[in-house]
Design a protein. Structure first.
Length: 268
């Protein structure tokens, strides 16, 4: 537990600095995180499958480098990745099979597209606000769920995937994330950093709760992948937290929600 806390004490200020800086720094960090995450993912699934690692890692790297352009043509990008994998399958046959292709493509979408969406959120007007909101939904929920589960937890949430998670912890995580979002938005509004109405604040609190629920599904989804290939953690980059994917699994699932809210429901 102490190791987790120390990692958080160091990691959170660094993450905030990167988000505040934006630009080439955030994009560069995003590319590095994406490439490392793909490596972690492929290393894990390689126990059961034979993913096309070079295609997957290069695809994610290129997508994150040129995300601002490629996001407008993501369907073409995914199509190009599929074509590259099918050609590789023909050339290398019978080294790979359809399961290997599916596992590779899933990694590209799961890591490349969802991580790229976070970078796109940062480039929106008030992008800093939205990205920090995203992280509050994930990490705020995780922290509140831990303490709620520790002191109130009785009923198991998903015992086959994560035996320590409880229903009470999940509820506490959602409520806690909503409360943190309320404080976050109210403070920024009072400081006149953003302009929001009372109804907007309550909408954002609701988004915080929904985001917290999605973050827990993201964590459980990653657990299902790890259990299916019999690994405990994707990596060991962050002491006490695991690898990139272990730390960002919950964040990835929230990014489409925040992107939709920021661009279509409540553009600030």
């Amino acid at each position: 537990m102490l190791t987790r806390i120390l990692t958080g004490v160091v990691g959170i200020p660094v993450a905030v600095w990167i988000i505040m800086s934006g630009g080439w720094l955030m994009q560069g960090v995003g590319v590095a995180l994406g490439v490392i995450a793909m490596y972690e993912y492929f290393r894990a699934v390689s126990k059961t499958y034979k993913p096309m690692q070079l295609i997957g890692i290069v695809s994610v790297g290129l997508f994150l480098v040129g995300y601002s352009y490629l996001y407008e043509f993501y369907a073409l990008f995914i199509s190009a990745v599929v074509v590259a994998m099918l050609i590789t399958n023909v050339i290398c046959y019978p080294k790979y099979n359809i399961a290997d292709i599916a596992v590779t493509l899933f990694g590209v979408v799961y890591i490349g597209v969802l991580l790229g969406m976070i970078i796109s959120i940062r480039d929106l007007p008030n992008g800093i606000f939205w990205v920090i909101l995203l992280f509050i939904c994930a990490w705020g929920s995780d922290t509140c769920a831990y303490f709620a589960g520790r002191f109130l937890g009785k009923r198991k949430l998903a015992p086959k995937l994560s035996p320590k998670k409880t229903v009470e912890g999940a509820i506490g995580g959602a409520i806690g994330a909503g409360a943190i979002v309320f404080i976050y938005v109210t403070v920024l509004s009072n400081l006149e950093k953003i302009v929001v109405s009372s109804s907007d604040i309550m909408l954002l609190v609701g988004i915080g709760c929904i985001g917290a629920i999605l973050s827990q599904f993201g964590d459980l989804a990653a657990s299902s992948i790890k259990r299916s290939v019999d690994v405990k953690d994707f990596g060991h980059l962050f002491p006490g937290h695991g690898g990139i994917l272990d730390r960002f699994d919950s964040i990835l699932l929230i990014s489409p929600l925040i992107y939709c809210v920021a661009t279509m429901i409540l553009p600030l």
